[in-house]
Ligand binder design. Sequence first.
Ligand code: HEM
Length: 410
Amino acid sequence: MQGTDTAPIELFDPDFVRDPHPILARLRNEQPVREVLLPRGLKVWLVTRYEDVRAVLAAPSVSKNVRVAQELFERHNTNPEARRMFSDALSAHMLNSDPPDHTRLRRLVGKAFTARRIEELRPRIEEITEGLLGAMAGKDEVDLLDAFAFPLPITVICELLGVPQEDRDDFRTWSNTLLSGSRDIEMVSGAATAMAEYLTKLIADKRANPGDDMVTALVQARDEGDRLDENELVAMLFLLLVAGHETTVNLIGNGVLALLRHPDQLAALRADPSLLHGAIEEFLRYDGPVQLATFRFTTQPLAVGGTVIPEGEFLLVSLSSANRDPEKFAEPDRLDVTRPSGGHVAFGHGIHYCLGAPLARLEGEIAIGRLLSRFPELRLAAEPEELTWRVSTIIRGLETLPISPGRPAA
Ligand code: HEM
């Protein structure tokens, strides 16, 4: 019977991590709403069909209030050692809040992320892109993630916020650990503490030496208008930096891999660069960087796809699965850069729809467009089967992407 089968499913087995789509297709067909046990011992409901995913993301009775979530977490966790996974210092951000807190927090930064404001960053994003591509020219083989897909968005978000260059490597390490889905609880909470201490110090520095950056603007909003408290300030920076670090890298990485594995699509895009805009949407649909939306929970019984999920249960919705649902997308497993774009849920849906979507799209377009025009001979430098994917509850992305750039265009 639908929903009640709690036999383990292989959500984080090597087969799933390598290619989740066959397992997701089976779930959509057989058990579109069902309970699963996560690696750290938490029981959650997993939702996999497009319409159900959108309905859950838009349901006002589905909450993200982190304080209530902490209590529920303790009730639903089967592993007593994993009790404290939510770090208080980092958790008071918009993605962990319901209205009216969510509305207030999102409004504080909303203006800086509109498509128009983000478009002003274009020349700087192009400059960083050209610099990184220039450094790749002449090399036989490089890891595209390390040389290009990571440094580009990290540099952009750090410049926007005002995070010093020399601190960026530490930040990347902590951020990766926090999103790894690791069972090593000490390592995860160590990274959370280091991150919180770092951000607290950054805020103190900006108070003493204000700059023309977003951290300074938020510090001033905190100090003058009393519109967010100190905890919320730390958590806001944490969210923006982590979102800026962990996502766009995989739009670039997964997108380039998809193209290199589909030479006909690569040729079509090279022949008609006006397809690029739609191609970015297709990469987001085909293998988006965020496979599961973040935790939510029911505050009253919720009917989804014929199953009633009781009150006080955790929900995870699979964005990767929704984006391959044949009820919504014809031939969903086919990469097609000419597909009419739109409708995918790679950036989520509802009030938590990705704040950084305009920035991610612009970075993705500039990065992939310039990469293809700079390196006409670009090819994979590994067999696709040899590539390994990161083990993470949230993120869908490669560990490394070895490529051979070939001769640069004249
Ligand atoms: C291709 C890159 C990106 C993808 C695929 C992506 C995806 C997502 C998704 C799926 C959500 C909703 C999660 C949920 O409802 O559980 C989200 C929220 C969010 N994203 Fe992104 N993101 C990307 C880039 C960025 C960037 C560059 C930033 C900028 C700093 C950013 C900032 C945020 C913020 C602040 C939220 C929370 C919004 C809210 O709670 O109202 N994202 N993102």
